[in-house]
Design a protein around this ligand. Structure first.
Ligand code: SAM
Length: 266
């Protein structure tokens, strides 16, 4: 398929047949499963997926690519032309298996978008910049443990599957890539009563990551709160587990004075 790669759509097409086969093997698609590909592009993953599936849904923003692919792979390929960031995955049903070599320019907002649809998802196998995969899989104490690590690991288990060098693509991206598997926790091991409170606490803690929590979370917790929750006030964001962030969020969400609750003022 002839196509001039469009940078604005993060187009780096997979060429390496060994990498393509390894990704499809890692996904292990089975007949009858509801597989949804994000950004099928020229079909490098779509074709081998359709060797194992009767039906594949795919979301593609580039109308020209979508038209070419539709012509070649319809009717078994069901193309949804549009922006995946606005795509309502729930309309495809439940137990979805999301796959794709993602456009790297939107990878973080896309991960947050997928998190909001986690209830409809069985698993996610996606190619991302290696740096993002390292953050998704980082443990507390690792130098790459960040806001994204906590927010993603709150919702998903994560596992790095395959390292992919720039030479596997055309055009070659400037960064290393990796395939990650994300599986939504069911049930969530640590439940935040108010996920907005969790997001705000985690953002504040990592915004000033070198500061102790006593300082970075001063607007949220008092010294007495730290003591009562058993969270060391002299720790830094990078040292806290997801479970500890949830404990903090649940305290913060319950305290009207911090402005995070929706209780009407009296
Ligand atoms: N799957 C193909 C492959 O591996 O060769 C293409 C991967 S390329 C990295 C990313 C694909 O996502 C492109 O086809 C691009 O047009 C598409 N894309 C970019 N932004 C998108 C968006 N917001 N919504 C849907 N598709 C998008």
């Amino acid at each position: 398929m002839q196509h001039q790669a469009r940078k604005r759509f993060g187009q780096n097409f997979l060429l390496d047949t060994g990498v393509i086969a390894a990704i499809v093997d890692a996904i292990r698609p089975l007949q009858g499963e509801r597989v949804v590909e994000i950004g099928p592009g020229t079909g490098a993953l779509s074709r081998p997926l359709l060797e194992r599936l009767d039906r594949l849904d795919a979301i593609e923003i580039d109308r020209d690519l979508a038209a070419m692919l539709q012509k070649e792979l319809a009717p078994r390929l069901h193309l949804h032309v549009g922006d995946v960031l606005e795509f309502d995955f729930s309309k495809l049903g439940d137990d979805l298996r999301i796959v794709g070599n993602l456009p790297y320019n939107i990878s973080t907002p896309l991960l947050f978008h997928l998190a909001t649809h986690a209830g409809h998802v069985r698993d996610i196998h996606v190619m991302l910049q290696k740096e993002i995969v390292t953050r998704l899989t980082a443990a507390p104490g690792d130098s790459n443990y960040s806001r994204l690590s906590v927010m993603a690991q709150y919702r998903f288990s994560s596992e790095l599957l395959i390292d992919v060098p720039p030479a596997a693509f055309n055009p070659a991206p400037k960064v290393d890539s990796a395939v990650v598997r994300l599986i939504p926790w069911r049930p969530l091991p640590h439940l935040a009563r108010d996920e907005t409170a969790l997001a705000r606490v985690v953002a504040a803690a990592f915004m000033q990551r070198r500061k102790t929590l006593r300082n970075s979370l001063a607007g949220f917790l008092t010294a007495a709160d730290f003591a009562e929750l058993g969270i060391p006030a002299n720790a830094r964001a990078q040292e806290l587990s997801v479970a500890q962030f949830v404990v903090i969020a649940n305290r913060v969400g319950a305290t009207p004075a911090n402005g995070l609750t929706s209780s009407p003022s009296r």
